[in-house]
Design a protein around this ligand. Structure first.
Ligand code: TYM
Length: 493
């Protein structure tokens, strides 16, 4: 039965606080509901429109929607009940959990990260699927030799686990030549979460050890095109997020941060046009899943995320040079943009950017999804107070501990699924202490409460220090970082 006007209004209310039918993850329930629409929802139902457009971008042929968590699902909103999945929905070709059909592949793209198993994303499989390379012992040894220090613990512990062409960058460093770093943020919320810090912390370490310039793109345009946000709001969020990024500690003489809305023009825009002319709709459709109902801004946007990889986009920094190599640290969800970039670059006479990919900082609820700003209870925000951090970890952090103390003492906890232990791997720098916690927890000597207490202490300290540094960022600092200018470095090519 097609959706009625009354049901549309009720759904619009549901999507005020929910991204999908089932809370915060895409599932076959969205596919089922989407199929009930015979035409797009009315323009004034903005939340429903946003959901509809988003699902439309997946509703391409053969897209494998993840299973629903529940059968007999219904949305209850505005006092009416809209059934979504009924037992025996074969006519729609949709399975629910009672049927023995599981998604076979993890979903990892710039908008969705969903593991097919509760153990989390299978990163080895992802390397095979994406065609990237593992950061292995040889790469780590080269880092150590070239920097004269132990590689950052994100590298040592496999948090940054995959790369494209890092060997080319390390060869350049060996030859005394320079490259530049590029990373970014899509400003969709006032507060960033700790997961967003991961690529920025890595980037700062790389800037420090290699003494290289860095460009940071704030894609306020992207967030306007994808989210239910006003243009000015996205632009304002870019400047708010810039303060958090500056607080990570980047070198002000070597770092340029820009908002797409305010900066794009000139040489940068010329490069955008070059990319646009050399990539077809078919190609972006294949890479990103766009379809005929995607707004045209989305279809051209990948060109905008591509061009900061090319040094000629920043003539005031690189004096018009076209061939300064670029290294991009990011989580692996951003890789589709750079597969496209690497594909088109040689055809335009540009160098392919190299990449370092990180795993995802998991949601509090477990490793099957990443920490995401759109689910408040899945995230620790950089604005959280010490008390909020404590409460969230104690209440939500998925535990690998046993049901009773006796059982825990006997069998020990499971570090493989314990979110607090995973977070310690990201933020407890001391290798020996981490190993000792791992042993104590998995032998049952340490209880979940004690493990959580260790994590809470570390996060409270780290976030309080971040908040102090952010408070110290002045309007002049933001202006300085965001003004196109010559950066202080020497390029020997
Ligand atoms: P955004 O704002 O979604 O994410 C910013 C950066 O954080 C990474 N990230 C995570 N890393 C670890 N664990 C998580 N849970 C997690 N969530 C997000 C993202 O991979 C990203 O590196 N389109 C981009 C903005 C962008 C960009 C770039 C990012 C423009 N140019 C170049 C990286 C490199 C975006 O919306 O990122």
């Amino acid at each position: 039965m097609p959706i009625t006007n009354e049901e549309e209004s009720a759904l619009n209310e549901h999507f005020v606080n929910n991204s999908y039918v089932e809370g915060f993850s895409l599932s076959q329930a969205d596919q089922f509901l989407y199929k009930k629409f015979t035409s797009p929802p009315s323009q004034d139902l903005q939340n429903l429109q946003r959901w509809f457009r988003h699902i439309a971008s997946f509703a391409v042929e053969n897209f494998d929607f993840p299973r629903c968590k529940s059968s007999n699902l219904a949305i209850v909103s505005n006092g009416i009940k809209i059934p979504i999945i009924m037992n025996g929905t074969e006519e729609n070709g949709i399975q629910n959990e009672n049927e023995d059909q599981s998604i076979t592949e993890d979903i990892v793209d710039p908008w969705n990260v969903q593991a097919s198993s509760n153990k989390g994303i299978d990163y080895d499989k992802l390397i095979d699927r994406f065609g990237s390379s593992r950061i292995d012992e040889t790469v780590l040894q080269r880092f150590e030799k070239l920097t004269g220090q132990k590689p950052h613990h994100f590298l040592r512990r496999g948090i940054f686990f995959s790369h494209r062409d890092i060997t080319r960058i390390l060869n350049l460093v060996e030859a005394g030549k320079k490259f530049f770093l590029y990373t970014g943020r899509g400003p969709s919320s006032e507060s960033m979460h700790v997961g967003h810090l991961i690529p920025f912390i890595m980037t700062k370490w790389l800037q420090d050890v290699f003494d290289v310039p860095l460009v940071i793109q704030l894609t306020d345009d992207e967030k306007y095109l994808w989210k239910d946000l006003k243009l000015d709001q996205c632009n304002k969020l870019a400047y708010e997020n810039a303060k958090d990024i500056i607080a990570v500690g980047f070198d002000k003489n070597k770092t340029f941060i820009f908002s797409d809305i305010d900066f794009i023009g000139g040489e940068f825009y010329k490069n955008v046009l070059l990319v646009q002319k050399h990539v077809t709709f078919n190609q972006v459709k294949g890479i990103f899943g766009f379809d005929e109902s995607s707004n045209i801004g989305k279809i051209m946007f990948p060109a905008i995320q591509a061009v900061p990889s090319f040094s000629s986009s920043f003539p005031f920094i690189f004096g018009g040079k076209k061939d300064i190599p670029c290294l991009i640290p990011c989580a692996i969800d951003q890789d589709p943009y750079f597969r496209m970039t690497r594909d088109v670059a040689p055809r335009l006479g540009f160098q392919k950017p190299a990449l370092l990919h990180s795993t995802f900082f998991p949601a509090l609820q477990g490793a099957s999804s990443k920490m995401s700003a759109s689910d408040e209870n899945s995230s620790i925000f950089l604005t959280d107070t010490a008390n909020q951090i404590k409460k969230k970890i104690n209440k939500y952090a998925f535990s690998g501990g046993r049901d009773t103390i006796e059982e825990h003492r006997e069998k020990g906890g499971d570090c493989e699924v314990d979110v607090s232990f995973m977070y310690l791997q990201f933020f407890l720098e001391d290798d020996e202490k981490l190993e000792s916690i791992r042993k104590q927890y998995s032998s049952g000597e340490m209880l979940t409460g004690e493990l959580k207490a260790e994590l809470i202490k570390i996060l409270q300290k780290m976030i309080a220090e971040h908040q102090e540094r952010r408070k110290a960022v002045t309007a002049d600092d933001v202006k300085n970082f965001m003004t196109p200018r010559l950066l202080n470095f020497v390029v020997k090519q």
